[in-house]
Ligand binder design. Structure first.
Ligand SMILES: Cc1cc2nc3c(=O)[nH]c(=O)nc-3n(C[C@H](O)[C@H](O)[C@H](O)COP(=O)(O)O)c2cc1C
Length: 404
């Protein structure tokens, strides 16, 4: 895939949330992509981080006041609104989201958002109760309907000690969303199916078996396939990730659901990339009522779930099959067994556990195919997905010409 570092003007609006402390890193990540970043802060944001810091990392004057004669004379607020190719508000407070939803223009940043023609993205960051509040949710829905892109929030532990949805996405991930998709024709005309995330196997109405897969690798692969010109359907287990632009997403829960979704679309697909961490076992009998705490111990009988790759591989007409092997031990041996056993065209293997791979933003892979292997070194999952798709395209074209 061609690497592209387009020069774009990004106006980064910072509002008064604790996540503002991540903004210098965000500015750095955006500049690494070749973007010019002009920072505009609200008064609230200045309580959390200084203009000086952001000026130093962005290399451009930071603005925060509408009534600033010197700054207006240098670049008026309407000019600044026109300067921006894109606006990103990160973190976006509940207050700012409400201002934006209701068209208020009481300060510089909200005025710019009304005056701009540029696409606006927001990265909400707030306490989980503030995020869940019907007022915030209604404001976010209104903004989405108007075409504002909502990036996140993520779930996890919050600065206030609560746990839940409301964390700002990490700078690397946010910067990734700001990269324009430059499509190549590497896989033009090819239909690809990608599975991603974990599955959930129900035990009773309130409990389930799952795993630590975040879906990040699969979403990155789907995005990279799309960037390579393919038409992509993404079958995803339960994850908190935004669907990348241009991709059709099917949400599923269990391994059986995932197989059904894959089977419903596989007839069209020339490539299947199975990154999902599909549960190998499910409860043999799902209890219809919550299992009560009574006996001192409880045994759960498990049954095998369907093997999606093996099922598709057994089809007479099968697409180019790429599997993933996430292993704690004997990574290479396990990967090769899976490659041969399931008659895959390629397998991407990585070590997991000890804080590696799962739920991380970066990873490394070793890719194996019949007669070859290639190491893809530690880098962001996005970059890794780009390299993997390059390899997939090469191998896919090679098998096409071999069978022609
Ligand atoms: C210590 C502290 C942390 C705060 N963190 C957040 C936050 O993460 N998200 C949020 O929506 N509001 C947060 N607030 C409240 C906002 O700062 C407040 O609503 C403010 O009016 C936002 O102004 P702005 O949207 O113009 O920047 C916090 C307030 C304080 C005092």
């Amino acid at each position: 895939m061609k690497s592209s570092k387009p020069s774009r003007n990004i106006l980064l609006g910072i509002t008064g949330g604790i996540a503002a402390y991540k903004c210098p890193d965000l500015v750095r990540r955006l500049r690494e992509q070749g973007a010019q970043v002009h920072v505009v802060m609200t008064r609230g944001a200045r309580e959390f981080i200084t203009e000086q810091t952001l000026q130093a990392v962005s290399g451009l004057p930071v603005r925060s006041e509408l009534w600033d004669h010197a700054a207006e004379a240098a670049m008026g607020h309407i000019e600044l609104a026109r300067w921006a190719d894109e606006i990103l508000i990160a973190p976006a407070t509940a207050d700012f989201i409400a201002q934006l939803a209701h068209g208020l223009a009481g300060d510089l940043l909200s005025t710019l958002c009304l005056a701009t023609q540029a696409p606006v993205s927001i990265a909400p960051a707030m306490n989980q109760a503030m995020w869940a509040h019907p007022a915030t949710q209604a404001n976010v829905e209104l903004l989405k309907r108007r075409g504002v892109r909502v990036l996140g929030p993520a779930a996890g532990e919050q600065a206030c000690g609560d746990v839940g949805l409301g964390r700002m996405l990490e700078p690397l991930e946010l910067a990734g969303y700001m990269l324009p998709v430059q499509r190549t024709d590497l896989l033009a005309g090819v239909k690809a199916l990608v599975t991603a995330g974990p599955t959930r196997e129900r035990i009773d109405p309130v409990r389930f078996i799952t795993n630590r897969s975040s879906g990040k690798m699969g979403f990155a692969v789907a995005e990279a396939l799309y960037a390579a010109g393919a038409e992509v359907v993404l079958v995803s287990g339960p994850v908190h990730l935004m669907t990348p632009a241009g991709i059709e997403r099917m949400n599923v829960e269990s391994a059986a659901d995932m197989l059904a979704a894959v089977q419903s679309r596989i007839g069209d697909a020339q490539i299947l990339v199975a990154t999902a961490a599909v549960s190998d076992y499910c409860a043999a009998n799902v209890a219809s009522r919550k299992i009560k705490k009574s006996a001192a111990s409880l045994s759960l009988e498990l049954a095998r779930t369907p093997d999606i790759l093996a099922t598709i591989s057994a089809n007479e007409k099968r697409p180019f099959l790429v599997g993933f092997a996430a292993e704690t031990d004997d990574v290479e041996r396990n990967a090769l067994v899976k490659l041969a056993g399931k008659r895959l065209d390629m397998i991407a293997a990585n070590k997991v556990g000890d804080g590696l791979a799962f739920d991380k933003d970066d990873n490394a892979l070793t890719v194996y195919w019949n007669g070859g292997r290639q190491e893809l070194c530690l880098c962001s999952k996005r970059d890794l997905a780009g390299q993997l798709v390059q390899l997939i395209a090469e191998r896919y074209r090679a098998t096409q010409s071999a069978s022609a």
